[in-house]
Design a protein around this ligand. Structure first.
Ligand code: F0G
Length: 392
């Protein structure tokens, strides 16, 4: 067996780059890049026993070339069966993956462990990102642990206070941008290159870390893939990461078929749903994204091509839910199961309800919802919304 080798490849024209080149977009055609592994061994279900309880238990399918691994023990999050909620919603089995249990309270930590390890390996001194909150909290923490300087760009007045506090606490320099997340990301992509290593999900190494969540589902479900995975979609980095993880399991013969992936967007920020439901071949303009789920308040998802591919190739779908449905789902999950999450993390529950109503999901289906972020990050918006007079 040839030893593991990584390279970066363009998802459109196939142009390749060495793994240690700092490049975020294909220099030939401008499209997205993905990290590809060639050679190397792979784990099996029974070879995972006794390994470290973090993303690094799947080391065969993660970079082996790092000079330093920056970890806070991310990943290996719980998957809880929600029997009462399954019964209420009308599906055979329902599980919730608690990504809010990650070190900084969101799934971003998976990607940051790999991304910041890459920054160290490349000799970067500073890192930067744009964020709706969780990415900035996570990057700030991993940068602190690695001793790197960290700058974050967030939309002014549009991120949850708990997340802003985290970034501040971990010592990041915070720039509040007058505009949306999309404006903040544009600023970072256009202005930061060269000076600081960019760690938004356009960076393929982030996706390498986040794909481990698919390996975990496979392991936690005993090697089975007979379920549908439902995730909130913003930039669509995470849904493409899950798809990459499942594709790698397929390629290594560890599974025969991959689960269908469902992307849920907030109605006020749903360009991907719009694109798929209208059969467009490009993302429509979405100039003023708006939703109570500030984490996914994104009008121009930078990874849309990868996300759309994940949904189509897996045989899944995309669905939009209103803010009211998100808040109801949040409360339903909390009061029937004792599980709480930030609003974006409850969007999958609202999406499942919708899909049951529409007949896309039903009594025969097993469903896994990804609760992407911790409830304590974002309490004020929810409380304010609940204190509004109820519409009858
Ligand atoms: N759920 C939560 C809690 C998030 O923070 C995000 C993204 C998503 C879902 C969507 O993931 O963008 O990969 O489709 N938050 C980013 C941030 C944008 O800056 O924290 P995606």
């Amino acid at each position: 067996m040839r030893p593991q080798e990584y390279l970066l490849a363009c998802i459109s024209c196939g142009e390749t780059y060495p793994y240690n080149e700092i490049v975020y977009r294909c220099r030939r055609c401008g499209d997205l890049l993905e990290a590809r592994i060639e050679g190397g061994e792979v784990f099996r279900l029974d070879s995972l026993q006794g390994r470290v309880h973090s993303i690094w238990r799947y080391r065969e399918l993660l970079p082996s070339f790092f000079t330093r691994i920056v970890s806070l023990g991310e990943g290996y999050t719980k998957l809880l069966k929600a029997e009462r909620l399954a019964e209420l919603i009308g599906v055979r089995e329902l599980y919730v993956k608690l990504e809010g249990l990650n070190p900084t309270g969101s799934f971003k930590d998976r990607g940051m462990s790999v991304g910041v390890s890459m920054a160290c390996t490349l000799g970067a001194r500073s890192v930067v990102c744009a964020s709706t909150g969780n990415t900035s909290a996570s990057l700030a923490a991993y940068a602190a642990r690695a001793g790197l300087e960290c700058r974050v760009y967030v939309p002014e007045g549009k991120i949850a206070l708990g997340k802003l506090f985290q970034a501040r606490m971990f010592g990041a320099r915070i720039h509040q941008v007058a505009g949306s997340f999309d404006d903040a990301l544009k600023l970072v992509m256009e202005k930061s290159g060269g000076e600081a290593y960019i760690l938004n999900s356009v960076n393929p190494w982030r996706i390498e870390g986040q794909k481990t969540a698919a390996f975990e589902l496979w392991e936690q479900m005993g090697g089975e893939t007979d379920y549908v995975v439902v995730l909130p979609v913003g930039n669509s980095g995470n849904i493409s990461a899950y798809w990459k993880g499942f594709r790698e399991l397929l390629n290594h013969g560890l599974i025969d078929s991959a689960p269908r992936l469902v992307g849920v967007q907030a109605a006020g920020a749903s360009p991907i749903v719009e694109m798929l439901s209208r059969g467009l071949d490009r993302l429509p303009d979405w100039p003023n994204p708006d939703t109570i789920a500030t984490a996914i308040r994104i009008g121009r998802p930078i990874n849309w091509k990868k996300g759309v591919r994940a949904i189509k190739e897996s045989g899944g779908t995309a669905v939009r839910v209103s803010d009211e449905e998100i808040l109801q789902a949040l409360r339903l999950l909390a009061t029937t199961e004792g599980i709480a999450t930030e609003p974006a993390g409850a969007a999958p529950i609202a999406g499942v309800k919708r899909l049951v109503d529409e007949g896309w999901l039903g009594r025969e289906d097993k469903v896994i919802c990804i609760a992407t972020g911790n409830m304590l990050k974002d309490t004020s918006e929810v409380l304010v919304a609940w204190n509004q007079p109820q519409k009858h």
